[in-house]
Design a protein around this ligand. Structure first.
Ligand SMILES: [Zn+2]
Length: 271
């Protein structure tokens, strides 16, 4: 973790300092080595939140885009269950940054626990994740709204384990500057690709956001990405488009009928 209590203040890890866990109050050791990022670790092997994953430079870079008191925030459920949210903004929106693989069971549990949640997923974890997206992203079909796309086959673009979430999932294919394993071109760092929950007309909806746009929205609103509103708007636009097509086809058929009946009359008079 990035913070532990030292004399009741939230502090970053400092060599040879002992802290207390903000979650469980147990002793925390500051790990300040040269290989892993500096972090606090529970003394011994225990960890107090089973959902907590070891932090990478990718996590840390993202979390540091937000004010310190929004990071590593304890959240309680009405039943007394508690977890540590990676980031919770002033309006209560929780952002979970996920690098490791996650089981469907845990993903679903976290989505239920943090009701107002968005995921940010490290899209560079597996080599195939990037190449699959690179291949697919060139022929994404527009959804009639700038920056939005639709597909019948979201698993052609994104890892299967993230299909069918009940919360928006933002894929970050940009990797991390200091990570020697980052296989993604630097140009990919500019955008995030969001798979929205639910579907429209049987198709998944994908949104493309610039990183700065995402950060701006995540800082501002309680529900920064109102997926239901967006999906309703897209569904409405599709219905309107279909209605316009239907009208155009009806007009075309009507014109044909008029032309044909006109020809009939001409044949009649020419006899
Ligand atoms: Zn703890």
């Amino acid at each position: 973790m990035q913070f532990a209590l030292v004399n009741e203040d939230r502090c970053p890890p400092t060599p040879n300092v002992i802290g207390k866990c903000i979650g469980c109050g147990q002793e925390m050791i500051a790990k300040c080595g040269e290989i892993k990022i500096w972090h606090w670790s529970h003394k011994g092997k225990r960890k107090c939140d089973p959902w907590w994953e070891p932090e990478t430079a990718w996590h840390r870079e993202w979390k540091e885009c937000f004010p310190a008191d929004w990071r590593e925030v304890i959240q309680w459920s009405a039943a007394g269950e508690k977890h540590i949210a990676d980031v919770r903004n002033a309006s209560g929106l929780v952002i979970e940054f996920q690098h490791s693989a996650i089981s469907t069971q845990e993903r679903t549990a976290r989505e239920a626990f943090y009701e107002n949640l968005i995921w940010v997923v490290d899209g560079t974890r597996l080599k195939y994740d990037i190449s699959r997206f690179d291949r697919g992203s060139h022929d994404l079909r527009g959804a009639g709204r700038p920056g939005y796309f639709m597909t019948h086959w979201p698993s052609d673009y994104f890892p299967k384990s993230w299909i069918g979430c009940s919360k928006p999932v933002f894929f970050d294919f940009g990797g991390h500057d200091d990570d020697p394993d980052t296989r993604s071109p630097k140009a990919a760092r500019g955008n995030l690709w969001c798979l929205l929950p639910e579907s429209v007309d049987g198709q998944a909806v994908i949104a493309k956001l610039e990183r700065c746009e995402f950060l701006d929205a995540a800082h501002r609103a309680a529900q920064s990405f109102p997926p239901h509103t967006i999906l309703l708007e897209i569904a409405h636009a599709i219905a309107e488009h279909r209605e316009a097509e239907r009208r155009a086809e009806a007009q075309y058929l009507q014109r044909l009928r008029v032309q044909n009946s006109g020809r009939g009359r001409l044949r009649f008079f020419s006899k």
